[in-house]
Design a protein around this ligand. Structure first.
Ligand code: B4P
Length: 188
């Protein structure tokens, strides 16, 4: 199974990615998690990413694309993978096509998890209280949602036109959303 997970911040990508990775026994690759680990470890990559992340902007494509290409060159993706949060704009989608072509593989599905602005804002503000993530403030959440609408949402049409897009409602209990996703993927 080779999957991409797309959805606005707070739709539940990271939450569902962990469950899907376990179910399909594939590695979950979250660009957001990789960046956060590097910011925490104060690596060169973390220093490059930090200012963009805390402002709610996308980390530049040349940094993100190179990082994903390296990650997908590792042995554990041979049996499949789940990309959580990549691609996030048209340039990254083109790069992913090129990486997959070099690997001689194709995506099985691009899973879009939907949730409205009111719901995702409430979830992220709640997460701010629990985890204290720097990009979960009201102002930065607004920017992240704008970036999603402008840069990321358009790539779903691109994947729909290829017939690989699977859209699932992300509102409701986490278990119910997982069941919806698995049912939708099985139906393909
Ligand atoms: P991400 O880490 O991808 O952050 P996110 O969009 O907020 O999603 P996340 O996976 O964390 O949250 P989820 O919806 O699961 O990106 C962070 C930043 O990294 C970006 O802004 C950008 O700067 C940078 N970045 C990442 N990828 C990049 C790329 N490709 N290019 C450039 N820059 C990139 O969950 C949110 C909350 O909702 C959680 O608290 C969860 O518990 C809760 N929740 C989940 N499901 C729920 C449900 N069904 N009901 C109630 N609550 C639920």
């Amino acid at each position: 199974m080779r999957l991409v997970l797309v959805g606005p911040p707070g739709a539940g990508k990271g939450t569902q990615a962990a469950r899907l990775a376990e179910r399909f026994a594939i590695p979950s690759i979250s660009t957001g998690d990789i960046f956060r680990t590097n910011v925490k470890g104060e690596t060169a990559l973390g220093k490059q990413a930090q200012e963009y992340m805390s402002a709610g902007a996308l980390v530049p494509d040349e940094v993100t694309n190179a990082m994903v290409r390296d990650r997908l060159a590792q042995d554990d993706v041979a049996g499949g993978f789940l990309l959580d949060g990549f691609p996030r704009n048209a340039g990254q989608a083109v790069e992913l096509d090129s990486i997959l072509e070099d690997m001689g593989v194709e995506l099985d599905a691009v899973l879009e998890i939907t949730a409205d602005v009111t719901e995702v804002t409430a979830r992220l503000l709640n997460r701010a209280k629990v985890e204290g993530r720097a990009d979960d403030t009201e102002e930065v959440i607004r920017t992240r949602l704008e970036v999603y609408a402008e840069s990321t949402a358009p790539i779903t049409s691109f994947y729909a036109s290829r017939g690989v897009l699977v859209r699932v409602d992300g509102i409701g209990e986490v278990d119910d959303v997982t069941t919806r996703i698995v049912t939708a993927l099985d139906a393909r």
